[in-house]
Every structure is written in structure tokens, then in C-alpha cells.
Ligand binder design. Structure first.
Ligand code: FS2
Ligand code: SF4
Length: 572
């Protein structure tokens, strides 16, 4: 295996024996294969579009979820990947039959173009895999079943030999993975965009094209950022039109006496359905990690059975899920694989792109309805959550709410009460070096305000950092995708202060990253012209020295050093 898509990659270079995240070599290679066949399918859909044919929403959504399932910590179920590879090949072969011009398709598009029966014969039946996985030893089923292809050599990251081309291809791929997550959430609320789908597929297909130069791939990277903004705007529209604009909200972080269900991940539609189905059952619903911002939406916070947020960012889930006592629903990443020591695996459920072997997966029906009755019945038999903290946290500072406070904010900047804003959006993670962000927040001058989004906030959202004339010093816009709100706020300030360039604003960007959604956020900020973004705790391993140089020279991208020096540098 070789994987270097996240910040925790082994030795800051790449996971080669087993993923730090818990991804096995088999799973890694199945994910590589899924990306490979999805590129092949995307080449076919792109050619069909060029021939004037329409791609169905089913196929578009399928490609989107293929990408999403390969995001770090989203899905650890080998059988899911096996089935998706098989189905992708089947769909691709059906679509190839519709092409007028079948000449010069790439080997990814042409891989396994036989009949369904032939594919079954070659790939082996899913039952065979399930039986193999049911055994008590680690089964190298990729090699034994997909024996005709040396996967890691031919379809994995290292298949691209030139390190700069590889770096750019992976940078774009990870950006597209992030975009797919946002598009999928919008899709669940019945919002979609042919432009975003077509771009994602065309770009995936172009990553198979060996004739693209470094310059062309750099241009494609920025275009990916542009469409990333469109994708985040689409999700923002879907969320706010479905649930109202986030508003300032105090969220309880203690517990009640009823049994509860803990909902983690990012999918608001899943939470909404669970809230509807738990009403009047005596079961409370708590959010976890990236689901916290659900409390800020009027049409979600209206549910009386949404009682609070339990715990912190994803990486603390083992102890928190254990203490929660009730069922846990993972709607997306980030899953930390439970071991046999943890008792909560029995009460952990997955849905959507999330998956974990041995945990029950709740499927949607054709209309998108999910039946959570099994989870609710289980909750009724569980103890109430063990209290791990008490109090409240405040959030809900997405664009509309901040625009409503604009006069106050502008006044505070004009009078010098607020000297600088720090965008500290992104992800949290388990590395000790991430304590930098807590120390950084504590050490910031009192006349500065943190703008945050994503699970990075848990490093400082429970500190008593105070307020400036009633404006809290930590303004939480929401989930990682709500970094879009932070960009809108910056653009609004630029307009109010009549500035030519977004970089003239008193805003510094000190972003923590972990997985691929942070990559699309970064590319989107670059597209919007934001310069001098600092990324930590380490720079991505997938940036080759030359690609890193392009980012440094053109965009002033930098890393982090230590709190004292960095604050001095940012305040200058
Ligand atoms: Fe945090 Fe994990 Fe939000 Fe990332 S819960 S690192 O998925 O997308 O952020
Ligand atoms: Fe390693 Fe991250 Fe890939 Fe997991 S996702 S295998 S931790 S690089």
C-alpha cells in the first residue's frame, strides 16, 4: 500500500505497511482500485457529454459517493469497496455501449469491459469475499481475487513516476474528494449541479492523461478551487434553504437523564430524520464533533429532543463513545476503528458514505428515507450518557448572522477595538503538536478575533477567551464546508472598507488540516485570491518540493513554527 492523503501519514511521507488511521493494506488497495475505475467511468461520462448525451443523476451521484467513501476515516468496510468497484465497472460498461466513438479510450476506461458474468468470474462473487473476510485471519483478498492486476504498481499513487505530476494529480484528486463530500450533502437535500458533476468527472478523466504538463495541472488545480467555491456555495444554499440561516446559539455540553443517541459526522439530513423519528420516544439526541453546528439552524434547533453536544473532535471518540452509553450514528467521517476492547462497537451504526465492518449500516430508500427504528429501540434499553463536562458553548456565526452584526463589527475595526481576525478553520487531530492551536488561541492579543469552522474549533472553543464589546473572540461559522461563510465574511469586509484586494484586510489565515475536505477549502481560498495562508501542523506530504515551491512563490503558503514567533509574524 501507499497512501499519503492525510496529515497523519506515517513519518510525514506515506503509510506503507498499515494506515495510521487504521486502513489495512487490502483496504488501501481496494480504495486505489475504486479511484482507478471511477476515473475510467468518468472518462466515459465525459465523452458521452461531449457527444451531446445526458448523464443520469444516478450515475453522477454514484461517482460522487465513490470519491467520498475513500476520504480518510470514512469507510473501513472492505466489502463496500468491493461492491462499488464491481458496480462501477458494470455501469461503465453499460455506458461504453452508448458511445458513438469508442476509439482511444484509456486503459482505465477499457479495464474489464466484458459482460457482467465475465466480471463476476474474474472478480469473484461478493459472497466469496464475505466468506473470506469472515475468517479469523487477515485475508489478502485483493491479491487472491483480483489476481490479474498488480494493483499498487498499476493503479495506485506511485503508478505516476514523475513526482511533480504525481503531486499535482494527487492534490487535485484530494480536492475532488473534498468536493464530493460537499456535493453529496447537497444531493441529500435534493440540490445538485450538472456543472460541478461534469467538472469533477472531466477532471478525474484528465488525471489519466499522460500528456498534461505541470503547468496545465497547476491551472487545473486552481480551476478545482474555483469549482470548490461553487460546490460549497451549493451546499450553503441547500443547508440554509432547508434549515434556515444559522443564528447565534448557546449549546448545552452537559447531559440529561434520558437515554440518548449520539450523531457524529456532517450529514444534516440524517440528523433531521433521526430527530423526527425520536420525537416523543423518550430518547434524546446529542451531536458529536462536526455535527455541533446543527444546533445553529432554526429548523433543527426547534426539535426539543436535540438536547446538546457531547464530547469533542473525532479523535477523542473512543473514550467519549464508551462513556455515552447509548447508540452512536456515524453519518460520515471521521471514524476511529474500535478495537475488541471497546464495548461501543455493538452500538455503533453507520449510514451514507460511512462504513465499518461489523457495524450495522442504515440504507436510504429510493426517496431518501432512512428507518432509524432499530437505533431508537436500542437506545431505550441503554443508560443515559455519563456526564463528562458541563456548561455551554456559543456558535452560529455563519455569513448571514455576521452580516446582521456587520455594523458592530465594522465599528470595532474602525475604532481599533478589533485589530485583527484570525481564520483558524479546518480540522483537529490526535497529534500532540496540535496543542499549538490551543496555545496560539490563548496567546493571541485580546484585541483579536478567531473566525473558525470545522472540527479545528475544539482546540479552543471551550476556553474563556471573552468578547470584544459583546462580539465573542471565537466566532464559529459551522462545519468545515462553512469555511465558505468565512470567505463571504472576508469579501463583505473588503467591500465595506472599499479595498482593492482581499489581502489588504486585517485577516490572517492559520489553518489546521487533516483530511481531504481541508484540501478543497485550501484550493478554494487560493482561487479567491487569499495569500499567505499558513498550514499546519505539518505541510502535506503529497506536495513535492517543486509543487510546494510554486505554492510558496505564487501564494505565500507557509507552515507554522512556534506560537510566539508566529503571532509576532502574523501581527506585523
Ligand atoms: Fe473533522 Fe473529520 Fe470536517 Fe474533517 S470530523 S477532520 O472530517 O471534515 O473536519
Ligand atoms: Fe495513512 Fe492518512 Fe492514508 Fe490513513 S488516510 S493510510 S493515515 S495517509
Amino acid at each position: 500500500m501507499f497512501c499519503f492523503q492525510c496529515q497523519e501519514t506515517a513519518g510525514c511521507t506515506g503509510c506503507t505497511k498499515f494506515g495510521v488511521c487504521g486502513k489495512s493494506p487490502d483496504l488501501a488497495r481496494m480504495q486505489d482500485l475504486l479511484i482507478y475505475v471511477t476515473k475510467g467511468l468518468s472518462e466515459v461520462t465525459t465523452r458521452l457529454r461531449e457527444e451531446g448525451q445526458t448523464i443520469s443523476q444516478v450515475v453522477n451521484n454514484y461517482i460522487t459517493i465513490n470519491l467520498f467513501t475513500t476520504i480518510t476515516n470514512a469507510n473501513f468496510d472492505d466489502a463496500v469497496f468491493y461492491e462499488r468497484v464491481k458496480e462501477t465497472l458494470r455501469v461503465k460498461n453499460e455506458l461504453i455501449a452508448k458511445l458513438k466513438n469508442k476509439e482511444n479510450l484509456s486503459s482505465a476506461a477499457m479495464w474489464y469491459t466484458e459482460s457482467d458474468a465475465e466480471i463476476d468470474k474474474k472478480l469473484g462473487l461478493i459472497d466469496k469475499i464475505k466468506t473470506a473476510l469472515g475468517g479469523n485471519k487477515e485475508v489478502d483478498f485483493v491479491d487472491s481475487v483480483l489476481d490479474e492486476k498488480s494493483l499498487s504498481d498499476e493503479v495506485g499513487v506511485l503508478a505516476t513516476k514523475d513526482e511533480d505530476i504525481r503531486s499535482l494529480r494527487e492534490l487535485i484528486t484530494y480536492g475532488l474528494k473534498g468536493m464530493s463530500a460537499y456535493l453529496k450533502h447537497a444531493n441529500e437535500l435534493d440540490y445538485d449541479s450538472e456543472e460541478v458533476n461534469a467538472f469533477m468527472q472531466k477532471t478525474l478523466a484528465s488525471l489519466l492523461d499522460d500528456s498534461l504538463t505541470v503547468d496545465q495541472l497547476v491551472a487545473l488545480t486552481l480551476e478545482t478551487g474555483k469549482v470548490g467555491v461553487d460546490g460549497m456555495a451549493l451546499l450553503d444554499k441547500a443547508n440554509t434553504e432547508s434549515y434556515g440561516n444559522p443564528e447565534v446559539t448557546k449549546v448545552n455540553i452537559g447531559v440529561g437523564t434520558n437515554p440518548g443517541i449520539l450523531v457524529s459526522g456532517h450529514d444534516l439530513r440524517d440528523l433531521e430524520q433521526l430527530l423526527e423519528q425520536t420525537q416523543g420516544t423518550g430518547v434524546d439526541v446529542y451531536t458529536h464533533s462536526e455535527m455541533l453546528p446543527a444546533h445553529y439552524y432554526p429548523n433543527l434547533k426547534k426539535y426539543k429532543n436535540l438536547v446538546g453536544n457531547y464530547g469533542n473532535a473525532w479523535w477523542k471518540q473512543k473514550e467519549e463513545f464508551e462513556a455515552f452509553n447509548g447508540p452512536i450514528l456515524m453519518t460520515t467521517n471521521c471514524i476511529v476503528p474500535p478495537t475488541s476492547k471497546e464495548t461501543y462497537k455493538e452500538r455503533m451504526f453507520t449510514t451514507g458514505a460511512a462504513g465499518f465492518t461489523g457495524c450495522k449500516h442504515i440504507e436510504r430508500d429510493e426517496k431518501g428515507h432512512k428507518d432509524f427504528s432499530e437505533i431508537i429501540e436500542l437506545a431505550k434499553k441503554c443508560k443515559a450518557p455519563t456526564e463528562i463536562e458541563k456548561g455551554e458553548i456559543v456558535g452560529g456565526f455563519a455569513h448571514a448572522q455576521v452580516f446582521a452584526l456587520a455594523d458592530k463589527v465594522v465599528e470595532a475595526v474602525k475604532t481599533g477595538a478589533i485589530k485583527k481576525f484570525f481564520v483558524m478553520a479546518g480540522c483537529d487531530g490526535r497529534a500532540k503538536s496540535r496543542n499549538y492551536y490551543t496555545d496560539f488561541a490563548k496567546a493571541l492579543p485580546k484585541d483579536t478575533v478567531i473566525l473558525t469552522a470545522g472540527c479545528a474549533k475544539y482546540k479552543y472553543n471551550k476556553l474563556a477567551l471573552g468578547d470584544i464589546g459583546g462580539i465573542p473572540r471565537v466566532l464559529d461559522a459551522g462545519q468545515c464546508n462553512d469555511s465558505y461563510s468565512l470567505a463571504l465574511i472576508a469579501l463583505k469586509l473588503k467591500e465595506v472598507f472599499e479595498l482593492e484586494d482581499i489581502n489588504e484586510l486585517p485577516i490572517a489565515f492559520n489553518i489546521a488540516w487533516y483530511e481531504q475536505k481541508a484540501v478543497i477549502v485550501l484550493l478554494s481560498l487560493l482561487y479567491l485570491g487569499v495569500k499567505n495562508i499558513h498550514l499546519g501542523p505539518t505541510l502535506p506530504a503529497f506536495l513535492s518540493p517543486n509543487v510546494a515551491k510554486v505554492l510558496v512563490e505564487n501564494f505565500g503558503i507557509g507552515g507554522i513554527t512556534n506560537v510566539e514567533d508566529d503571532i509576532k509574524m502574523f501581527m506585523e
